[in-house]
Design a protein around this ligand. Structure first.
Ligand code: 13P
Length: 241
């Protein structure tokens, strides 16, 4: 499955989200018909509005995070059942900003992947190495460890390779660097699940998307996705099916 997702991170107001949806739909429905999936992950408070605004468009709406317990005394957290209640289509899990700013561990991330998958929500598992890990030759070892989150999962899962050093820096990984890790992810993931897609994320623009569309199943887009026009062009570039 080819899929291109927008991760708005902690950006956009309610108004901005609605304007984005309106402009993106305009581009999507006036332009070439896409055969791949596209979606966006707004901040929690706007998920319901975006689901309502995008109803019937086929555009996925997802969450940027979740907690694995179904309910209980977990102040400030949001469970997958609550997100399911809003009708979300996917959930981003283990984003490097969650791992590095909020200290999420591989163990916690694994629980989240399982909670999402067992609730029928598509998990988008993010994996990626830091610059230090790359420089010390540990990239594949780190990725392999992070992929253990897939163990025991059955449904379709999206894996996003997002090298930490390429996120928000304007310096994407090279095609060779992406290919090496994406091929490795495909090989290792087979051990756990049959059905998966592998995306790339990290300073993607239209040019990067065109260049890597033959080696990835789509992209997870941060900064460029905030602009509906730029995101649409990236979706077009990945839509090679
Ligand atoms: P940028 O596209 O801003 O580098 O962010 C990538 C990302 O973190 C998507 O999840």
């Amino acid at each position: 499955m080819i899929i291109t997702l927008a991760n708005f991170k902690m950006n956009k107001t309610l108004y901005d989200n609605k304007v984005w949806a309106e402009k993106f739909c305009e581009l999507l429905f006036k332009g070439r018909k896409l055969s791949s999936k596209v979606g966006c992950a707004p901040s929690f408070p706007y998920i319901k509005t975006m689901k309502d605004v995008l109803i019937g468009t086929g555009i996925y709406v997802g969450a940027q995070n979740m907690y694995f317990e179904p309910k209980g005394a977990f102040t400030g957290e949001v469970s997958i059942s609550q997100l399911k209640d809003l009708g979300i289509d996917f959930v981003i899990i283990g984003h490097s900003e969650r791992r590095h700013i909020f200290g999420e561990t591989d163990e916690l991330i694994k629980k989240k992947v399982h909670s999402a998958a067992s609730n029928g929500i598509l998990p988008v598992l993010c994996v990626g190495e830091t610059l230090e890990q790359r420089k010390s030759g540990k990239t594949l070892e780190i990725i392999e460890k992070q992929l253990e989150a897939l163990e025991g999962a059955k449904n379709h899962i999206v894996i996003a390779y997002e090298p930490v050093w390429a996120i928000g820096t304007g310096i994407p990984a090279t095609k060779e660097q992406i290919k090496e890790v994406v091929d490795f992810i495909r090989e290792k993931s087979k051990k756990y699940i049959k059905d998966f897609s592998v995306l790339y994320g990290g300073s993607i623009d239209e040019k990067v998307a065109e260049e890597i569309s033959d080696i990835c199943d789509g992209g997870l887009v941060g900064s460029a996705s905030l602009d509906p026009q730029k995101f649409y062009k990236i979706c077009l570039a990945f839509d090679t099916v």
